[in-house]
Design a binder for this molecule. Sequence first.
Ligand SMILES: Nc1ncnc2c1ncn2[C@@H]1O[C@H](COP(=O)(O)OP(=O)(O)OP(=O)(O)O)[C@@H](O)[C@H]1O
Ligand SMILES: [Mg+2]
Length: 207
Amino acid sequence: MIYGLTNSKGGVGKTTIAVHLAAWLAKKKRRVVFIDADPQQSASTWIKELGLPIELHQLATPEEIFQRVTKLKTVAHDIVIDGPAGLSTTTRAIMLKADRVFLPCGPSILDLRALTKAVALLKEAQKARKGKPTGALIPNRLQKRGRLSGEVLRAVEKIGVPILPTLSLRQPFADAAGQASVVWKMGILSRAAAYEMEDLLEEMTRG
Ligand SMILES: Nc1ncnc2c1ncn2[C@@H]1O[C@H](COP(=O)(O)OP(=O)(O)OP(=O)(O)O)[C@@H](O)[C@H]1O
Ligand SMILES: [Mg+2]
């Protein structure tokens, strides 16, 4: 399975979710390749420091993604691609290679409006590839015990892309990279974050 994390906006949680997804799959003894397709390479350090059997590749251009992903597919059970912010040709390439694309986004109506272009790109890819990749929104950074407002839920419905379990705004998510860890390994104070992340990852990998 090839998973791609993309969005038109930066700082929405792509890297946080991509690294947790890769660690989760590795924990399940899957052979995992992680592709850091962001020139900032913030995921690469984190993946290396985790010390898990995850094969890391840094692919910055669409050409590299097209060529290498096809080859890596033959040796990996799963490929996780952490995309750059924005709708570059790299983001387009990810949408053309992935089986599942996830769009993390903030929980406000403004965040959702900013998604429109990413969703248009996704739908273009789906049209070209007879329905592939599947796409889903991941609302991130909800205020504690917060819920998506009715206004936001109506906007999501209009966008026409399924919505996955949400992640709250929680310190352990922000601390995980600095601790070279993932939230389910960070002890009792991270338990709520771990439950949320595991819920989300179950849905992302289902079927
Ligand atoms: N649910 C959350 N609660 C608290 N902090 C979060 C949460 N999700 C992400 N963060 C923090 O927000 C910042 C941005 O997250 P992240 O780097 O995962 O986003 P990104 O979409 O990959 O950003 P970029 O576009 O710059 O690559 C990071 O400092 C991260 O630790
Ligand atoms: Mg990132």
